[in-house]
Design a protein around this ligand. Structure first.
Ligand code: PMP
Length: 326
């Protein structure tokens, strides 16, 4: 965990980041890949010669590809076509096969990356679909590792845990552990503008959003079994633009080059600022490293194409005079 000096100064309290880029596969997803593969081996679902299949926006794929290479499994990953080119190249470098699927279709559409993973796992002999959205090994990995680490590394002082939710494994598993230790700890989820999680949490139903999002690892258009809505106090919705700007702000003010969803978490923290009191101990989770987004948020041309350089700057960027240039 790293203290965010500027953020702590602005919030006038303790703000720490749990830096998941320090894992061997450089993201939070090592935790679940390792746990789910070990469990599948113990249950006899994976044996020598098996093929591991997963639907993944990239980071889970990298961790699974890494462990598959070590253990000698064939690995096939279905990926949304919005996943960054950098991530796809990294997965391929580890010997995994990648099948690109359209991002814009509903989760149950036959062309979606979920449907494709199911189809492949049926067609290929000895194939096993890990299924991070529905396999409870995902949130369990965070209950067993991330939660205890947050508790120990904050010396039990944590008052707020802020994390983006996609499969929901991180926030639900770590959040459950923290609530068991101290039920007053606020568990805050970060959602995108193209997601149904916030609406479902607040109303118990959802309408499919007509927007799309360039964020990876923030929000869902299905309700994964790994989201434990009961332990999440609130979802904060952030825009793609604010998330991009927040990540760039982080790089230039804290010297931490984190991923796009880390920017989303920081943008959410900014929205929460009126709720923060002196003495609070906030921990934000940064799922991966910024080097995976060189062709996205760290590319001024991409920002321009996305229209993120138009309009007024968020207040915090004005205050710090952060320039969005090369
Ligand atoms: N950020 C990134 C970059 C991710 O890859 C993921 C996982 N897809 C998340 C955040 C969200 O984590 P979770 O799936 O545990 O909700």
């Amino acid at each position: 965990m790293v203290r965010l000096r500027k953020m702590s100064e602005l919030a006038q309290t303790h703000v720490y980041a749990k830096m998941e880029s320090f894992n061997p596969g450089q993201s939070v997803k090592d935790r679940i890949a390792y746990h789910m593969i070990n469990r599948a081996e113990m249950d006899g679902k994976l044996k020598p010669g098996s093929t591991i299949i997963e639907a993944t926006s990239g980071n889970t794929g990298f961790s699974i590809a890494m462990i598959s290479a070590m253990k000698g499994y064939r690995c096939i990953l279905t990926v949304k076509d919005k996943a960054s080119e950098d991530k796809i190249k990294m997965i391929k470098a580890l010997g995994a096969e990648v099948v690109r699927c359209p991002s814009s279709v509903a989760g149950d559409h036959p062309e979606s990356y979920y449907s494709k993973a199911i189809q492949l796992s049926r067609e290929i002999p000895n194939a096993y679909y890990l299924n991070q959205n529905y396999d409870k090994g995902n949130s369990e990995a965070h209950y067993l590792t991330t939660g205890p680490e947050l508790w120990e590394q904050s010396e039990g002082r944590i008052t707020h845990f802020v994390a983006s939710a996609s499969t929901g494994g991180t926030i639900s598993g770590a959040g459950k552990f923290l609530k068991e230790r101290n039920s007053n700890i606020k568990i805050l989820g970060v959602d995108s503008e193209a997601s149904i999680l916030k609406q479902y949490h607040e109303t118990g139903h959802y309408d499919m959003p007509d927007k799309s999002s360039s964020l990876e690892g923030v929000g869902k258009n299905i309700i994964p079994a790994n989201v434990n809505f009961d332990i999440i106090d609130e979802f904060i919705r952030v825009s793609d633009r604010d998330s991009s700007m927040a990540a760039r702000y982080l790089a230039r003010t804290e010297g931490i080059m984190a991923g796009y969803s880390s920017g989303a978490v920081l943008a959410a923290l900014w929205q929460l600022r009126s709720q923060i009191k002196p003495g609070d101990f906030l921990v934000v989770l940064f799922p991966d490293h910024g080097s995976r987004y060189l062709t996205k948020i760290y590319d001024p041309e991409w920002l321009r194409t996305m229209g993120f350089l138009n309009g007024s700057r968020p207040e915090e960027l004005k205050a710090k005079k952060v320039r969005v240039q090369g």
